[in-house]
Design a binder for this molecule. Sequence first.
Ligand code: COA
Length: 322
Amino acid sequence: MIYSRIIGTGSYLPEKVVTNADLEKMVDTNDEWIYARSGIRERRIAGEDEFTCDLAVQAAQNAIQAAGIRNDGIDLIIVATTTADQVFPSTACLVQQRLGISGPPAFDVQAVCAGFLFAIDIADKFIRSGSARTALVIGAETFSRIIDWTDRRTCVLFGDGAGAVILGADREPGILSTHLHSDGKYKDLLCVPTGVSRNYERVKAGTAYTTMEGGEVFRWAVTAMSDIIDETLDANHFDRNDLDWLIPHQANIRIINAVGRRAAIPPEKVIVTVDRHGNTSAASVPLALDESVRSGRISTGQHVLIEGFGGGFTWGSALIRM
Ligand code: COA
C-alpha cells in the first residue's frame, strides 16, 4: 500500500501588522470588544503590491526547504484560495511558474476557509492512487481584498497569510483519513455575493465584499467542527485521548473553545493562533500547523487532527500521524 505523509511544512505572513488599536481609528470599535468576541489582538495585511501568489510562493519555499526536496521533485501543486490573483490562470499555475516547475498538474481548490482540508484530501488521493509521489499543498489568502474596511462587523475578524505542506509517498501512513462535507443551502449566510458572472458591476466598483450572518455562522461552525471530530475519531477507531493535538480553523476563540468543550478535548491540546493571525481562511490551518512544528510543540509520531469550516457551508478534517 502507498500512503501520503507530511514531509515538510512552511508558512508566510505579510510584514504589516494591523492591531485592534489601528482598527479603532478606522471604524467604531475597540480592542475590548474585538478581543472579548473573537480572541483576536492583531492580524497581518498584505501590502498593495503583494498578492496571494507571493504569499503562497514564500510558504511553499519554506516547506520545500523543510522537506529537503528539489522543486523539480514536485509532481502535483494544489492551492486552496478564495482570493486568487487572477480569474485565470489559477494561482497554482502562477506558483508553478515562480518555482520553475513545468509539466505536473497545478490547480486551485475553492472551499473558502475549509479549502486546505479539501486540497489535502485531493492530494492524498493522488498519492494513494499512484498518480503523484510528491505534492505541494498550499492554503493562501489575501482576504483583506474582499473585506469592507468600513464594516465593523466583518473587518475586525480577518487577515492575510499562507501555509504549505509537502506530502510525500510512503509505505507508512501519515494522513490516516480525510473527511469532507458541504451544504449549499447555507450559501447566503457567509459569502461574497458577487463575481465574474454575477453582479460584476460591484467588482468594477470595488465593492465585492464579504457578508456574514455572524450568529448563525457561529452556531453552525461549532456544530460542524465538533461533529466532524467524532466522525474522524470513529473512522480510525481512535479514542480522543489518543489525540496529541487539535488544530481547528482559526476563526474565533469562542468557536475554538466551544468546539473543544463539545468534543471533550482539553484546551492544552488545542492549537491557537487566531490572536495573532485573525481568520486567514484557507491559510489558517497550515499556518498554525507550521508554527507548531517549527516551535517544537508538534513532533514526529504525534497524532494531529486538523479541521476547517467555511462559506458554502463547507467543512472537513484530516487525522495525521506526523
Ligand atoms: N465593534 C464594536 N461593536 C460591534 C462590532 C465591532 N467590531 N461589530 C458588531 N458590533 C455591535 C453590533 O452592531 C451589535 O450592536 P447592537 O446590539 O447595538 O446592534 C453588538 O455589537 C452585538 O452584535 P452581535 O452580532 O450580536 O455580536 P455577537 O456576540 O454575535 O458577535 C461575531 C459577533 C461576528 C463576533 C460572532 O457572531 C461571530 O464570531 N460569528 C462567527 C464569525 C466567523 O467566525 N465567521 C467566519 C467563519 S469561517
